[in-house]
Design a protein around this ligand. Structure first.
Ligand SMILES: NC(=O)c1ccc[n+]([C@@H]2O[C@H](COP(=O)([O-])OP(=O)(O)OC[C@H]3O[C@@H](n4cnc5c(N)ncnc54)[C@H](OP(=O)(O)O)[C@@H]3O)[C@@H](O)[C@H]2O)c1
Length: 327
């Protein structure tokens, strides 16, 4: 596995998102033992960037990752996120990046992850009630105390990124970026100016780009808690319209002799050595498939076909979720 750079932090150029092991895409097929084997297999294949968050579960995903990393902590660049749980009694799904909340959140994450430091600690969503300068000041203190190594932001836009970076270096922005969610291309020049890496979440389009979810019946079969049941791109007429995108990815995959998931990841890898996809899976065979995208080379013609895919129909999140995303 080749490496990439998120600012000064060297990581494998493909990471592993652990969210779906406990949150978002659970339901049939969820099995903690297989999830832990998946994390171990990823490490053996050279993946070192593992991504979780306090809100996943909440808490259970950090617990699971902590169990998986027992005895393996030093092989991992461990990233987690705060800011969607308010520890003053308001609880999960409350945006709170106040310094007091961060100081409580970090202790819980360290305990669940079974470690004395987090390598990359992200604000999960920008908090409009707390100036980003205050948030970054609290995070800079955690860096000084050795509790965290680097600071990241997620789904933040230009003004917040500049203001945050002026207080303490931002190492990575984690935002949705894939063949069907391209708006990060607007922000990449700023990230490069400031030396900030881009961690591409949902790089497989929540699984859609792999061609495994194609019909209303496929979506109906998902667990009721599955995010995709309400996602605008997976519902109503948008689902059928978006199939053309999955079909084009499949056509390129057929030419390359790879799978659609590998093509979606290989395309992201062509964006630069500072763009790091973190595909999510809870299955050993899929982490093997996804990691092998490191060796998939696309021709200029194939890249150009993928660059020109029709835009997706429907927002990449629900309207309520979009309210929490800065643009
Ligand atoms: N910062 C944020 O706000 C934010 C938001 C969302 C996600 N994330 C992070 O980004 C990570 C990845 O994003 P994501 O999990 O939302 O989406 P994703 O990586 O685009 O897709 C994950 C889905 O695709 C399936 N899948 C994975 N590999 C596959 C393959 N080779 N063939 C067919 N299906 C495959 C997975 O199912 P199985 O598990 O059953 O294989 C899962 O349902 C998350 O784990 C999380 O760490 C961050």
């Amino acid at each position: 596995m080749r490496n990439a750079h998120l600012g000064p932090l060297e990581v494998s150029r493909i990471g592993l998102g652990a969210m779906g092991m406990s949150h978002g895409y659970t339901g049939a097929g969820t099995d903690d033992a297989e999830s832990i084997r998946t994390i171990h297999r990823a490490l053996d294949l050279g993946v070192n960037l593992i991504d979780t968050a306090e809100i996943y579960g909440p808490y259970t995903n950090e617990d699971l990752v902590g169990r998986a990393l027992k005895g393996r902590r030093d092989r991992v660049v461990l990233s987690t996120k705060f800011g969607l749980v308010a520890h003053d009694g308001r609880g999960p799904w409350t945006v709170d990046s106040s310094p007091a909340n961060i100081r409580l959140a970090v202790e819980g994450s360290l305990r669940r992850l079974g470690t004395d430091h987090i390598d990359l600690y992200y604000q999960h969503r920008v908090d409009r009630q707390t100036p980003i300068e205050d948030t970054m000041g609290a995070l800079a203190e955690l860096v000084q105390q050795g509790k965290i190594g680097h600071v990241g932001l997620s789904e933040a836009w230009t003004d917040t990124i500049r203001r945050a970076h002026a207080v303490h270096p931002v190492t990575a922005l984690q935002s949705e970026y894939s063949l069907w969610t391209r708006d990060q291309e607007e922000i990449l020049p700023l990230l490069r100016e400031l030396g900030i890496g881009l961690v591409a979440y949902s790089p497989l389009g929540h699984g859609f780009l792999t061609g495994t979810l194609r019909t209303a019946a496929d979506i109906e079969r998902l667990d009721d808690s599955d995010f995709r049941k309400n996602n605008p791109r997976f519902t109503g007429e948008n689902l059928a319209r978006n199939l053309a995108i999955a079909d084009e990815v499949q056509a390129v995959a057929d030419q390359v002799g790879a799978t659609p998931a590998q093509v979606a990841l290989a395309w992201l890898l062509t964006r630069g050595g500072d763009v790091v996809p973190i595909p999510g899976t809870k299955r050993v065979h899929r982490v093997e498939e996804n990691t092998a995208a490191d060796a998939v080379e696309l021709t200029a013609d194939q890249i150009s076909v993928l660059d020109r895919l029709a835009p997706a129909e429907g927002g990449h999140h629900t309207d309520a979720q979009m309210q929490m995303i800065e643009r």
